[in-house]
Design a protein around this ligand. Structure first.
Ligand SMILES: *Cc1c(COP(=O)(O)O)cnc(C)c1O
Length: 960
């Protein structure tokens, strides 16, 4: 007996899967004595960290949650009437528990492999349908990062669509949320667009203006009729973008009916908590004619190999390769999980339910406005949906104090106050607000005749802006209004999707590691989820403390001076980092430095972000071993020395190798006056062993949804904070509403000051529970697992690229191009893996015709073995074709994946058995995952794009 009363379970041992028994065997397979030896052979010694990471000692899961509870108690959950794009919500519990808190939904990957992603594809199609209906537009995408960046995407699309190529001015109504204006300023600056902020009623539309943008309802709450303005813009040959409030559209004439060309906004009000700024899904809707200009992903209807209804990402090739420097947008990670929640909210409530919620909010706002009017307050906006503005003069101070006494927050702007009601507001809440306003005028509730008020309720929405058209008419929005039906609908969709609940998802460059339950649990606590991003600073002490800690910890991990949490994805981080570098050069008088060197192996978002930042991309070659061609880099850096802005480099490289030359590479850039931006997507191979600062970088982003455990959510949320060296700190992004200015801050990159703040808890929890040793071990085991797979597959698959000692970093590339000789494409292998119960590795990135495998430290040896067994078995199936034993077209790979319907059909005419098709290895039987549809037909769906739920008759056809 070992009566160790100090025993504490270590989270590290739960997060890192290979254990004491497996490791010796794995090392033997790789051919090394120890993990230390493997790391020495993998990570160049000159970039190794000399001392351990400066982090607090690791906490157990229980101790962490206790500590976080204490921190949460420093957040004060006041009633939020702040509005400004963020509203309190009631998340239906059936959605909260079965989607938001459910790893079956949140651990999914972006639905590139459509056959094992039909559930989320349907949920996203529901979202698109709801958006199309509510906005009155023809087509919508499956989410963007937030309302402000969606507005910026609208501006850029309008810019691309402009007929007069000389036109360079974009008009924006001044009655727009300040954070949106702030992000528009940033984007306009980098595109070289002139921003004209003013009054749409008086602006002179000359031919310099290529488009306009207005908000509906506007920032002060008023509801304007923009018909004449839309017409004037169209007459001028330009376009109108509208930022709309989704909930209001249930009772307002949708912009699509009065001339909008693009409608964007946030879907947060559809059941997604405020979370101190996010994550929430923004929407983007437009006309069918512009479908090829839409940023982000679009889900579309198609058919599968059997001709049945199937879904997949439409125009996918375009999106997947993010057209490099010709890109119109750099959106990669978006907000899929939150779009799915918003879509389910629409499904659960249906049109009557949504309308009833909107009408109640509106009705209560009228009661409030009229009651306040009756005690002598004068309303600034005669028209409104849920937001009313009062100019309080010198009563503003006393009112503010009284409101705080009653634990309620309004939005203050000078002496005027905005009050926004939401779904959670009750009549009792409204009376509480009135009591506060009354008290300031030495009155009481008794001074108000509520009976008469309720009798006289009349909407201030102008007749021509009251919605008459139907929405959410599709059967899906009528079929699941009881909780049982909803629960089963959610579960039926979830069952079609492969997630980390089923097997490893070995996607190179995506780091699909464990998203531990303890990391996720706090997200549902009110103290984190119910805070408004513009809540007063003294009510958010808990958030400030954890953000400070996380900032310090990530600074220590990267070796940098400070982080900015604003960017909501890696790609946004790239853009933010480039804008910071740009501001640095400008500040030194180097206005001309606009050339970015980018290696040919870079991720598509790198050149896309560079071009968004207004920079000129120069591609640097890679040698035959996949390394940056240093001579070419030197030549190009010198040739462009006068105008060199920076280098964007991924480390370890996208080829999965720690390039020995990295320090020299960074030196060359610095010698030529440039800065070094490191793409941090591969940080899982660095943490604790080396760091961006050590290799010589000046800025990097971290994909917290890769290395730091935020789940991928089926295509978002994510977070892409940037870290910078001391000299760049003054330029980190500021914010129009919350003061986070660093002295010379660039304007905002995202709507919320700390991006999707609530999910930062996940990364905070991970670091706190792993500690310095745990994190370093995670990196070591990630490298161990990758090299184990490499050792097991070598000889059967050609492994492209390796380091000087033949080791890969945390991922490796399997070359599948030679199989083309027998007609097998890399896509066939990807589809065949589904029959074995696995999600394919990354297909054709960074090299066409290859698979990139990344196991992460969270996968146990048994799972790695099953995955290797599957790939080796597939290799034998290919060998059968090579040897002539199997046909080149009629074979088990070409017909993959096999559905239950195909396997159990009465007829079977294939030259292989049903057993070989569906149960190719013994382990498969015990955990069979059936693809919901056969191989999807991409071109069919792209030829006639359908991006909303089709009529039910088509489902009926699909069922037979
Ligand atoms: C994932 C990835 C990105 C993009 O990050 P998002 O968070 O999806 O925007 C950029 N570069 C590389 C190398 C990546 O793997």
């Amino acid at each position: 007996m070992n009566l160790n009363i100090n025993f504490q379970e270590k989270f590290e041992e739960r997060h890192i899967a290979p254990n004491g028994q497996n490791v010796p065997e794995m090392l033997r397979t790789i051919g090394v004595e120890s993990i230390d030896q493997l790391i020495e052979e993998t990570v160049p010694s000159k970039i190794r960290l000399k001392s351990p990471l400066a982090l607090p000692p690791a906490l157990s899961e229980t101790a962490y949650l206790q500590r976080l509870k204490q921190m949460a108690s420093k957040n004060k959950v006041f009633k939020s009437y702040i509005g400004q794009g963020y509203y309190d919500v009631i998340t239906p519990n059936v959605i909260l528990r079965n989607v938001f808190e459910n790893p079956g939904w949140y651990t999914q990957y972006t639905p590139y492999q459509a056959e094992i992603a039909q559930g989320r594809l349907q949920a996203l199609l529901n979202f698109q349908t709801a958006i199309i209906d509510l906005t009155g537009m023809e087509i919508a995408n499956a989410s963007l990062l937030d309302e402000a960046t969606a507005a910026a995407e609208a501006m850029f699309m309008q810019y691309s669509l402009r007929k007069n190529k000389e036109a360079n001015t974009f008009f924006v109504s001044g009655n727009t949320f300040p954070q949106t204006l702030d992000v528009l300023r940033t984007r306009a600056l980098s595109y070289g667009i002139e921003l004209l902020i003013g009054d749409y009623k008086t602006v002179v539309l000359d031919n310099a203006i290529f488009g306009g943008l207005v908000q509906y309802p506007a920032a002060d709450g008023s509801i304007d009729d923009y018909r004449a303005f839309a017409e004037a813009l169209h007459t001028n040959g330009s376009t109108l973008g509208v930022i709309a409030d989704l909930m209001s559209l249930a009772i307002l004439t949708p912009p699509g009916e009065w001339g909008a060309d693009i409608v964007v906004g946030s879907s947060q009000r559809f059941g997604v908590p405020m979370g101190f700024g996010g994550p929430h899904a923004a929407f983007f809707a437009t006309k069918d004619a512009y479908k090829r200009n839409i940023p982000g992903r679009i889900i579309g209807v198609t058919i599968d190999a059997a001709g049945n209804y199937a879904l997949r990402m439409a125009l996918q090739t375009r999106e997947q390769h993010i057209r490099r420097d010709k890109a119109s947008s750099n959106i990669c990670t978006a907000q899929a999980l939150l779009a799915i929640m918003a879509g389910f909210y629409a499904v659960y409530h249906g049109p009557q339910g949504i309308r009833a919620i909107a009408e109640r909010i509106h009705g209560l706002t009228i009661v409030l406005a009229e009651a306040l009017r009756s005690i002598g307050y004068s309303l600034q906006n005669d028209t409104y949906f849920d937001t009313i503005t009062f100019d309080l003069g010198d009563l503003c101070g006393p009112l503010h104090a009284e409101a705080l006494n009653h634990e309620m927050n309004f939005h203050y702007n000078g002496n005027s106050v905005n009050i926004s009601l939401d779904e959670t507001t009750t009549l009792a809440d409204v009376k509480e607000i009135i009591r506060v306003f009354a008290k300031v005028k030495a009155k009481t509730l008794a001074d108000i005749d509520f009976g008469a008020l309720e009798q006289a309720l009349q909407s201030p929405i102008p007749d021509q802006l009251q919605r008459t058209s139907a929405y959410l008419s599709h059967e899906i929005f009528h079929a699941y209004h009881s909780e049982h039906e909803m629960l089963r609908y959610i579960k039926s969709l979830e069952a079609k999707d492969l997630s980390l609940c089923h097997s490893m998802i070995p996607l190179g460059s995506c780091t699909m590691k464990l998203n531990a339950t303890t990391e996720m649990v706090p997200l549902s606590w009110d103290a984190w989820s119910k805070l408004h991003p513009f809540a007063p600073i003294d009510q958010v002490g808990g958030y400030m403390q954890f953000l400070d800690e996380l900032n310090q910890w990530l600074s220590s991990i990267t070796g940098f001076a400070k982080m900015s949490f604003q960017p909501n994805s890696g790609a946004q981080g790239e853009y933010a980092g480039l804008m910071v570098i740009r501001a640095y050069h400008e500040d030194r008088g180097d206005h001309h430095r606009n050339v970015v060197l980018i290696p040919a192996s870079a991720h598509g978002t790198n050149p896309a972000s560079a071009s968004m930042a207004g920079m000129k991309v120069v591609v640097v070659n890679c040698d035959e071993r996949g390394n940056i061609d240093v001579a070419d880099l030197q030549a190009k850096a010198e040739a462009h020395a006068a105008n060199l802005s920076c280098l964007m480099v991924t480390y370890p490289s996208t080829h999965g190798v720690f390039e020995e030359s990295i320090i020299a590479v960074c030196q060359i850039i610095h010698d030529n006056g440039g800065q070094v931006y490191m793409d941090g997507a591969n940080m899982n191979a660095q943490v604790g062993l080396t760091s961006p600062a050590t290799i010589g970088a000046d800025v990097c982003h971290l994909n917290l949804h890769k290395t730091f455990c935020i789940p991928h959510g089926g295509g978002g949320p994510g977070m892409g904070p940037i870290g910078v060296a001391e000299h760049l700190v003054p330029f980190l992004p500021g914010h129009a509403v919350v003061d986070i200015d660093e002295g010379k801050s660039i304007s905002a990159i995202a709507a919320a000051p700390f991006g999707s703040a609530s999910i930062l808890i996940i990364s905070h929890a991970y670091i706190a529970m792993m500690g310095a040793d745990g994190l370093t071990n995670a990196t070591r085991f990630a490298i161990l697992n990758a090299n184990y797979i490499k050792a097991r597959l070598e000889g059967n698959y050609k492994i492209l690229y390796a380091g000087a000692n033949g080791r890969c970093a945390h991922e490796m590339i399997l070359d599948c191009r030679q199989f083309k000789q027998v007609g097998i494409e890399v896509g066939d292998i990807a589809k065949r893996l589904m029959d074995y119960g696995f999600h394919a590795p990354t297909v054709s990135f960074p090299v066409a015709g290859t698979l990139m495998v990344e196991p992460t430290e969270s996968e146990p040896k048994a799972e790695l073995d099953r995955f290797c067994d599957a790939l080796l078995s597939i290799r034998k199936e290919i060998a059968a074709i090579e040897k002539g034993g199997a046909d080149k077209t009629e074979n088990v790979l070409k017909y993959a994946p096999h559905t239950l319907a195909v396997i159990s059909a009465d007829t079977w005419d294939r030259p292989y058995t049903r057993q070989e098709a569906a149960f190719p290895l013994p382990y498969v039987a015990s955990r069979k995952f059936w693809p919901a549809v056969g191989r999807v037909n991409d071109s069919y769906g792209d030829r006639s794009l359908v991006c909303s739920c089709p009529p039910l008759s088509e489902y009926a056809e699909a069922a037979v």
